[in-house]
Design a protein around this ligand. Structure first.
Ligand code: ZN
Length: 466
């Protein structure tokens, strides 16, 4: 009876998701921009952003449907116990050191991730080389795309075994104190990843160079100094290698921070706008958002391409929360659950974790909505901070410019935003920044520039992380 429950839950969740997405599709079919942006946008730029938004939404609907069909087939055909068996067969003749449950779990996860990866290959290729390319955003060559993929898979192979081994060791030895030790383990893992990410992982994918001397550097340094921000290095990242998506973020340890600017941001914005964006980021730091949302901030601001990091960090984020660990513990101890999925004699904890995450879908949705709500609140706070420092007009102009260059949706359905947006929509931010559309003013992006197809987009999300 567990099987139908899991299938029903997943299907209900995707149906809900599809409904919300279709609401957004309706917004993306509107003929005119919202009044606050009317003077900033040419009709042509608006229509193009609507078309791009619709293309992305349709793709996401198809992609969800595809993965749901796969999910259901996985459950019906007992793919997990089969994979577990395969992993067992692969490790049974291995030397004693490499056999046993830990090795079997590692091989199981690697085989499962590989299978998932292969099944996702076509949608991923389509998104980059068809959808993004059709709107002139993709900057990746097929060669770079493949090398990125190989590198991230290699990273998974290196990082996964010790993590799985650690998790299983805790499961075996911690007994009743499992919750506490797993939480501790995840917290340490998190701190470790955040420390090694900029030093070892990021350079595998991108090149960082110090920002050259000049007025931009002076302005940023002056801003950092005025807020006592422990700025160690000011770097530029070659984001243009993959897409023209623009961004800026902080990284590093609490006492030694780096500011990283995307080369695309420098190319697309004026210096004052860049400084205003950093004033907003500094707001996150000074108001303690980065510490309070330690992980979320790191994930949302630093990751634009490395799947592995997102995967691990997401896992950590999900699992860190006790109300997920508690039900997992209950699940793990429920023999009938395992039996229903074809595990009669054994209850491998790793398989339980995989199954459990399926069952958790509605809970994950609730969590996402909650976290979105918190991050949106923080975004408003950081905007207000930049406003207090006198950067409101430049920040507003920067946001408008990036929105247009990104062809991000100019309008949003309320419920779609609640479920999916970690940042408030541009129109809301402009309102809270006190931006007044002024017909006499020149638009932020002049008409000639609007036509130039400079835009952006990684396809990852459209409400840029700023
Ligand atoms: Zn922000």
């Amino acid at each position: 009876m567990w099987k139908p429950i899991i299938i029903t839950i997943t299907l209900m969740c995707s149906a809900f998701d599809a409904y919300i997405t279709s609401r957004q599709r309706a917004v993306l079919s509107r003929p005119n921009p919202p009044p606050v942006l009317a003077t900033e946008l040419s009709q042509d730029a608006f229509s193009k952003s609507q078309a791009y938004g619709r293309a992305k939404v349709s793709f996401s609907l198809w992609n969800t449907a595809y993965s749901q069909v796969l999910n259901v087939l996985f459950v019906i055909y007992d793919v997990l116990p089969r994979l577990w068996g395969i992993a067992g067969a692969m490790t049974v003749h291995a030397p004693a050191r490499f056999s046993g449950e830990k090795s079997q779990s590692v091989v199981f996860l690697l085989v499962m991730l590989l299978a998932q990866h292969l099944l996702d290959l076509f949608p991923a290729w389509y998104s980059t080389f068809r959808l993004e390319a059709a709107f002139g955003f993709n900057k990746q060559t097929l060669g770079l795309w493949i090398t990125d993929m190989l590198k991230s898979n290699l990273l998974v192979c290196v990082l996964l075994p010790p993590v799985v081994a650690g998790f299983l060791a805790i499961m075996q030895q911690a007994g009743d104190r499992f919750l506490f030790y797993v939480w501790l383990f995840i917290a340490v893992l998190q701190a470790f990843l955040i420390t090694v990410y900029p030093i070892f992982i990021l350079p595998l994918f991108n090149k960082l160079t110090p920002l050259e001397n000049g007025p931009l550097k002076d302005k940023i340094e002056a801003l950092a100094k005025s807020r006592n921000f422990p700025l160690d290095e000011l770097l530029v990242i070659d984001g243009s290698k993959r897409s023209s998506h623009s961004n800026a973020y902080f990284s590093g340890l609490p006492w030694k921070k780096h500011i990283v600017l995307f080369d695309t941001l420098i190319e697309q914005s004026t210096q004052d706008e860049i400084v205003a964006v950093l004033a907003h980021e500094l707001g996150h730091w000074e108001l303690g958002h980065t510490i309070r949302l330690f992980l979320i901030a790191q994930v949302s601001c630093t990751c634009t391409h490395t799947h592995i990091y997102i995967y691990l960090a997401n896992f950590a984020l999900q699992a860190q929360i006790m109300f997920i660990l508690v039900p997992y513990w209950l699940f793990f101890t429920t023999a009938s659950m395992y039996r229903a999925f074809g595990f009669v004699d054994e209850r491998p904890p790793i398989v339980g974790l995989v199954l459990f995450f399926d069952l958790l879908l509605p809970l994950q949705m609730v969590m996402k909505v909650t976290i979105n709500r918190i991050t949106r609140m923080y975004e408003f706070d950081a905007d207000a901070f930049a406003n207090r420092l006198g950067y409101a007009p430049d920040l507003a102009r920067a946001l408008i410019r990036l929105q247009i260059k990104n062809l991000s949706s100019m309008d949003v359905d309320r419920w779609y935003a609640v479920c999916n947006y970690s940042h408030p929509h541009l129109t809301e931010r402009l309102k809270s920044l006190g931006w007044k559309p002024n017909k006499e003013d020149t638009p932020v992006v002049p008409a000639a520039e609007k036509e130039a197809d400079t835009a952006i987009a990684t396809g990852k999300d459209e409400h840029g992380k700023r």
